[in-house]
Design a protein around this ligand. Structure first.
Ligand SMILES: Nc1ncnc2c1ncn2[C@@H]1O[C@H](COP(=O)(O)OP(=O)(O)OP(=O)(O)O)[C@@H](O)[C@H]1O
Ligand SMILES: [Mg+2]
Length: 236
């Protein structure tokens, strides 16, 4: 098992945001967390990446406890987080942003090779390599934040609302990119989305979060046929 979360609770100033969540990610897997605003999706990702620590429960990555580690230690173990709202460095160029994604790595030659690989993978970023990130479109910035995360050579990628605020045609493209990253780079993905249709279509397994708890879980295909999921999250 690559990642195992066992019954974690997270509190912000004594208010529970997660009330006992368990989930599993296998090597090379793609799972999704769907749910409405405030359900605890981002908090789950922030807890995995060490930005917040659970008050109860455990998180293991390749068998090792990580729930007390700092974010840089978690990153070094192979978990990269693309946060909500794509926090790229606006005053740096695309290529500078990508290189920063590899700041934890010492293997400089391999970093340059991976940079080429990421640029091959995102032709749009190669075209805009020397453009300031702040002047890039929303879709390009999303590609940049995913590309930057890949530069740390993660085993597990945490993606928080990658489709948010993007036009439908760009969403389709980002969706393809996420699928390719998972298949071709062999990177496992935890995908957080309000776009439940996109998320369930891409993922093997899904968890529906409601006010800090897992309301339903199951194979993504099954969830798409689930009456409650269809009504509450797929608008059918
Ligand atoms: N830094 C914080 N301080 C206090 N409360 C917080 C903080 N961050 C999140 N919360 C609360 O924790 C709960 C879960 O928030 P979270 O951001 O994880 O939800 P979400 O599912 O990602 O929602 P959205 O779809 O709106 O992004 C919410 O009630 C939120 O108000
Ligand atoms: Mg969120």
């Amino acid at each position: 098992m690559l990642l195992e979360i066992q019954d974690i609770q997270v509190h912000y100033n004594k208010v529970a945001a997660l009330k006992g969540i368990s989930l599993k990610v296998e090597e090379g897997d793609m799972i999704t967390l769907i749910g409405s605003n405030g359900a605890g999706k981002s908090t789950t990702l922030r807890t995995i990446s060490g930005l917040v620590h659970p008050s109860v429960g455990q998180i293991r990555f390749k068998g090792q406890r990580i729930d007390r580690l700092s974010p840089d230690k978690v990153l070094k173990l192979g978990i990269a987080h693309v946060p909500e709202g794509r926090r790229i460095f606006p005053g740096l160029t695309a290529i500078e942003n990508l290189r920063l994604g590899a700041f934890i790595r010492k293997d400089k030659q391999a970093v340059e090779r991976d940079l080429e690989r990421v640029l091959d993978h995102f032709p749009r970023l190669r075209e805009r390599a020397h453009q300031l990130a702040s002047t890039m479109s929303g879709g390009e910035q999303q590609m940049l934040s995913i590309g930057r995360a890949l530069m740390s050579k993660p085993k597990l990628l945490l993606l928080d609302e990658p489709s948010l605020g993007l036009a439908p045609v760009i969403v389709k493209h980002i969706k393809e990119i996420i699928g390719e990253v998972n298949r071709e780079h062999g990177v496992a993905v935890v995908l957080v989305e309000q776009n439940a249709e996109l998320a369930l279509d891409l993922s093997r397994y899904g968890y529906v979060l409601e006010t800090g708890s897992i309301a339903i879980e199951g194979e993504a295909k099954g969830l798409m046929g689930n009456e409650h999921v269809r009504r509450a999250y797929l608008g059918l």
